[in-house]
Design a binder for this molecule. Sequence first.
Ligand code: UGA
Length: 428
Amino acid sequence: MAVIAARCPDVQVTVLDLNAERIAAWNSGSLPVFEPGLPEIIRQVRGRNLHFIPQAQGLAALAEADVVFISVQTPTKTSGAGAGKASDLQFVEACARLIAQQARGHTIVVEKSTMPVRAAERIQQILSANQTGGTFAVLSNPEFLAEGTAIRDLEHPDRVLIGGEDPAAVAALKSIYAAWVAPEKILTTGLWSAELSKLAANAFLAQRISSINSLSALCEQTGADVAEVAAVVGTDSRIGPKFLQASVGFGGSCFQKDLLSLIYLCEHHGLPEVAAYWQGVVDINEWQKRRFAEAVQQAAANRRVAVLGLAFKKDTNDFRESAALAVCRRLLQSGLEVVAYDPRVDGTRFAAELGNPSHFSVASTAAQALAGAGAVAVLTEWDEFRSIAWASAKLSPGAMVCDGRNVVDRTAVRQAGYGLRVIGSAAP
Ligand code: UGA
């Protein structure tokens, strides 16, 4: 929304949230998320044509809006039909009810959150059942930005996708993006294709990571190096080089949730073979995290493990579904002590997510986490982990550095006299 406000100075953008504390943070000097470039844009547009208002006080803005984006979370359901797989649409449905009750005149309602296919049908039903005189058009406009590069992705998107059956509504939304996105990059499709395309894009990206991660294990057995294999495979222009970086496993709030949603949809529509195909992507990811944690356990020269990186990727403070959560849980369950360091993640929140185990603590520098450790697990590809001074790191003698991201300086680790295991490499 900040980028829309920056690129379209004539458009007034109002962001509503039920959580007044979060709105206060968006209005403060310390934003609730860490995202490179975002503070600068917010400073430029906040108070000009971007306003953050608690929902209870923002109903007039909602009533007047020509376009309303539904951008609430669609987490995996934890109970009821489809628990553990299907997306929970309760927050979306609550938004649709609120919009139906408040909106005046004609309103374009845009699905921005990632939705299961045919979610728009449910939104349409709610809008018509609860309307108080307004009329509505529903569009799907899924988001393709990635955390850590969100501003660049929004300013220079590969494509913007608008799905809908109402040409006037599609044209109105298109005119907003046309302020900075070339017309050939604004794709229009039917509603259901737009909804499925978002799930499909994330499933394809995750599938590439699971494919290379599955081969990382074979590389370790055969002496091949997964980085070399990925580089060669990626030079085929039909395949391309991106998303072939072997890792301790993908994380984040999207890939696993969207894969599970896709799997549920396939099962629901009587396609068990298709569901099983995509389930394989999830299973390899779980196996990769488990396999890495077991390697750290076996390699530890004493009971203390240093974990470097808690975020699900670099340049974000987000640790939702991060490999670090899974790996730390396993290490702690096996009785090891974990001392973790991440330059951006709030260690207190991470510890709380783990249930505040007594043998988990957070260090304020990498060097502090490393001191006395019998094993090191590198779980996020933060740039600073590329230049760790291994010669002065005070690891326990015989300690093993386990690199789940292929970022550490291999020569420096070896010269410092420590053991090294790198994912996808037999003899690092
Ligand atoms: C992902 C998609 O990339 C976005 O296009 C999409 O809009 C977003 O989900 C969403 O649905 O909201 P995001 O999860 O923010 O974006 O970050 P990614 O860059 O996709 O990384 C996801 C995970 O895959 C991270 O844990 C990352 O470390 C891992 N990864 C990525 C690898 O292990 N290897 C790779 O080669 C690339």
